[in-house]
Design a protein around this ligand. Sequence first.
Ligand code: ADP
Ligand code: MG
Length: 661
Amino acid sequence: AEKKAMSIQETRQSLPIYEFRDELLEAIAEHQVLVVVAETGSGKTTQLPQYLHEAGYTKGGMRVGCTQPRRVAAMSVAARVADEMGSRLGQEVGYSIRFEDMTSDKTVLKYMTDGMLLREFLTDPELSTYSALIIDEAHERTLSTDVLFGLVKDIARFRPELRLLISSATLNAQKFAAFFDDAPIFDVPGRRFPVDMFYTQQPEANYIHAAVTTILQIHTTQPKGDILLFLTGQDEIEATEENLKETMYALGDKVPELIIAPIYANLPSEMQAKIFEPTPEGARKVVLATNIAETSITIDGVVYVIDPGFVKQNNYNPKTGMSSLVVEPISRASAQQRAGRAGRVGPGKAFRLYTKWAFKNELLQDTIPEIQRTNLANVVLMLKSLGINDVLNFDFLDKPPAETIIRSFELLYALGALNHKGELTRLGRRMAEFPVDPMLSKAIINSENYKCTHEVLTIISMLQESGSLLYRPKDKRVHADKAHKNFIKPGGDHFTLLNIFEQWADANYSQQWCYENFMQYKSLVRVRDIRDQLAGLCERVEVIIESLPNEIIPVQKAITAGYFYNTVSAHYTFSTSVPLSIYKSHISGALDDKGEGSELTLQARIDKGGGYRTTKNNHSVYVHPSSCLIGMQPPPRFILYYELVLTSKEYMRQCMPIEGT
Ligand code: ADP
Ligand code: MG
């Protein structure tokens, strides 16, 4: 233990920020707001809170808070710092992320997502238990971080003893300083080795394939050093992992060992540790990461970076009022950050899977801040509940489009959260208690009218995890898909999700059951935790949890009360294979001049790609291939969906037919 403690101290002292420890503490004592800029991996996130702790900022039960845009980063950094301080995670050092609180009365260093700190304003508007706040990874410009800027700037005025650190990778520092009334900038010079850039000659049609090829080339021809590959999400990471494993298996003993370490938001925390384990001599590690590895977490030992040039983000169109998850090209600033990850331990190489021309001509210079490309209903509801009435004139670092704010007002009004004067209603106040989208909180509260809160809570909790629920290993995919089919309910995907959870509950939440039914145990456990928390919040806002088992319509009504904007209707065309009479009841009206007995049939066979139109703007959308509505005959006329994803087409994920409600 002695030896380990020593080496941890040595590691801490080897970080670039360490040389500036005392100077930093002096600057913090002198200035209420300080912008700290340093290269990724300098030690900002792990060291700054500890320096403040060592300098006495946590005396008398006060806390130091440090925000992170991503929950994986909050968890992993807190674990690391607990380790460095020789204490157990959740004691002196803890973290708080949505639906998971790993802190205690003893916690003095608290890592949390920016969204969680925002929510703390609801219970303690002055954040009176904090002596210092570090708004970390400020350059990421997430929606919550941007809103936090305005709020912490405000409380700093009447809490002169509060210290604020705005910490950022080497981007945007001037802008932050200007926003905080010309706060000083503390620049920690980084150590950075040169990185050689390589581009592809032609655009790559399939970047996963290209990435796997590049990994193998590096592995077989390049000197030692780990590889970091940037992908856009869990499915891509899993596909790449499988592809790599197969290829490595085929190569057998001909090549040295390749350790594959994935990292993404939903990866269980005990598996996250794998990316930090030192690579054994003779082997090479390849980390398959989402954007999280761009600046939020640093993996030591990376010498090669592979950058396909894409990121998955949420885009909102205020004209249509629709958000969708989209895979988009990254910005040049982001590409530079990614490449920089290769030059931390020595000279490195970055392989960009796009052309030099594309880099120069097709990428935007900077990533557009989230506040300018996302739905703001949640934020508006939050600001309203904090008593900030003039949302349009809130002190934003960059103003969101006025149109988006107006859309949010419209939605909140339609949901009944705001009245016609734009004031928060009692319903709105209750909705704000829930850390979920206003459309979901409306559905939860509305379910009390139909006495089916029990079922709605389960469905909503399942929706939060629905992306990672089903286990579909490649070698047993047929079995898995067959097992999953058993859960399908005529009420649609929402009821299928409900059915899965209830059967698991009947099986005493067992792991064995998950194994037999090809479900991800960890995801279901998380669903249960989320559900418990939402149920607790129901109690707080006095929603009585009643149950209405085996009934579809009331549950559909409750969900529709929140999700009426996400409804679409089929656009039918005709073809000739099935007798028309089957569909008659569903298309009366549409058929007036066709006549009964005709051989015409509906072609809105959703498995053949028949589309649906959104009610608001006649935009075409399609049922996602993972939906249980695929192949349903006759195809439903009206569908309510949970979210849109844009791939080759705009797909609706998690759909329910709402015929007859
Ligand atoms: P910055 O915030 O400036 O980017 P960090 O404080 O995150 O820098 O990282 C400092 C060092 O701590 C890095 O060398 C990083 O690899 C290490 N580190 C951070 N988290 C972990 C972890 N969970 N396990 C092991 N090492 C970690
Ligand atoms: Mg950091």
